[in-house]
Design a protein around this ligand. Structure first.
Ligand code: PGA
Length: 255
């Protein structure tokens, strides 16, 4: 059975000290629910402080990006070995990184494979724009992103990845996909793309998240969908009560 995950993407929010305070508050609020993987992803700068503030707690820590190279002349970038030991998960290919920072499918694939080689979990994002959605291109575009991200991997590697479907039109807009729309793409496109390239046994094991305006009000309906194993949460992950409630509701569904 796939373990559900509530992953909080804090994006470019919270100072060094604010991040520690928020992490401690979340840690206290969600501690009893250990049948759900709870991952929080603060900024690079905040990571060491949050790691220290959480030591001994049950929250998992993630980063929002990484470079694939071991080290070298890549000004402003952060390597896997700099993160290793501090984080277990790394979000890669978020639509904001693709849109504003030129991240490509090829780069996402390099990052994913480098993370797996280091024993870390890539949270690989995919998702279409509003224009692509309205033009009926969602399936082909998202399927292409998933296949490109997983290219040259073994099935054993693929099951260690987390895939996050985030329609761009739903991110930060308050306009989440309906639970049925999210299910249709998470199952019929994302998991189906994995099945097409790696077989259904691999596809059945891979954790698939939905992201885009999830909150404490819509999470239960979303998590009731058979192909949705969790959420990648932006805005609501910065609110202690909202995030704790989302973890609790998920925990209840998986009892
Ligand atoms: P949102 O962001 O929950 O604020 O829509 C989701 C994300 O970008 O991961």
């Amino acid at each position: 059975m796939r373990k559900p995950m509530m992953a909080g993407n804090w994006k470019m929010n919270k100072t060094f000290s604010e991040a520690q305070e928020l992490a401690k508050a979340i840690n206290g609020a969600v501690e009893p629910y250990n049948n759900v993987d709870r991952v929080i992803c603060p900024s690079f700068v905040a990571l060491p402080g949050v790691a220290w503030a959480l030591s001994g707690g049950e929250l998992l820590l993630g980063a929002q990006n990484v470079h694939w190279a071991e080290s070298g002349a890549y000004t402003g970038e952060v390597s896997i070995s700099m993160l290793k030991g501090m984080v277990t998960h790394v979000i890669i290919g978020h639509s904001e990184r693709r849109q504003y920072f030129g991240e490509t499918d090829e780069g996402v694939n390099k990052k994913a494979r480098a993370l797996l080689a280091a024993g870390m979990t890539p949270i690989i994002c995919c998702g279409e724009t509003l224009e692509q959605n309205q033009a009926g291109e969602t399936s082909s575009f998202v399927s292409g992103q998933v296949k490109a991200a997983l290219a040259s991997m073994s099935g054993d590697d693929v099951v260690k990845c987390v895939l996050a479907y985030e329609p761009i039109w739903a991110i930060g807009t308050g306009l989440a996909a309906t639970a049925q729309q999210a299910q249709d793409i998470c199952g019929g496109v994302v998991r189906a793309a994995v099945a097409a390239d790696f077989g259904s046994a691999v596809a059945e094991q891979v954790v698939v998240l939905y992201g885009g305006s999830t909150n404490e009000k819509n999470i239960t309906e979303i998590m009731q969908q058979p192909d949705i194993d969790g959420a990648l949460i932006g805005g609501a992950a910065l609110k202690v009560e909202a995030y704790a409630s989302m973890v609790q509701q998920t925990s209840e569904l998986y009892k």
